[in-house]
Design a protein around this ligand. Structure first.
Ligand code: GDP
Length: 153
């Protein structure tokens, strides 16, 4: 079992696509174990996307992420990180496979509807960026052995 962070970005919230996207997660077998709607500041967006600070699109990306309400979610399931990224589709909607969220709902690489963590370590950091441990309602039975999985380290 794995957890990943998903963000429904301002463009998809504006277009009333929250329900559409959540139902895709649930139909694919991902459990929604934490959720909140937020309007983050430019400084928070800059901190979240720190890894891209030197990229030419950093300013536009962080302005966009802080431009309106977003939904932040923790998704849980088997191979949740890869499964969520498969459901999202390629970063550029023009290159995304048919039936993916970005192909169906996004208009451009700058306004591409969703974010999803790309690896276990980033998932851990990104989940902690938005959620306290007691805000996450895991469906997994409590683990007993230290180091038995990614969340029991
Ligand atoms: P993701 O994991 O598919 O969201 O992609 P990344 O983590 O690499 O990039 C974060 C976000 O930055 C993407 O979702 C895009 O909105 C934006 N982005 C990434 N690469 C480019 C690019 O080459 N040009 C522009 N304009 N935006 C980009």
């Amino acid at each position: 079992m794995e957890q990943t962070l998903s963000i429904i970005k301002p463009d998809a919230v504006e277009k009333d696509q929250i329900g559409n996207i959540l139902s895709r997660f649930e139909k694919a077998g991902l459990k929604i174990v934490a959720v909140k709607m937020l309007h983050i500041s430019k400084a928070e967006a800059e901190s979240f996307y720190e890894v891209h600070r030197k990229k030419p699109f950093y300013k536009d990306l962080t302005t966009f992420l802080s431009s309106g309400p977003i939904l932040v979610l923790v998704l849980e399931g088997k191979d949740a990180i890869a499964l969520n990224r498969k459901l999202m589709g390629a970063t550029d909607p023009a290159k995304a496979e048919a039936g993916t969220i970005r192909k169906d709902l996004a208009e451009s690489i700058d306004r591409n509807a969703v974010h999803g963590s790309d690896a276990p370590e980033t998932a851990k950091q990104e989940i902690a960026f938005f959620f306290q441990p007691d805000e996450i309602f895991s469906k997994e039975p409590p683990h007993r052995k230290k180091g038995c999985c990614c969340c029991c380290s």
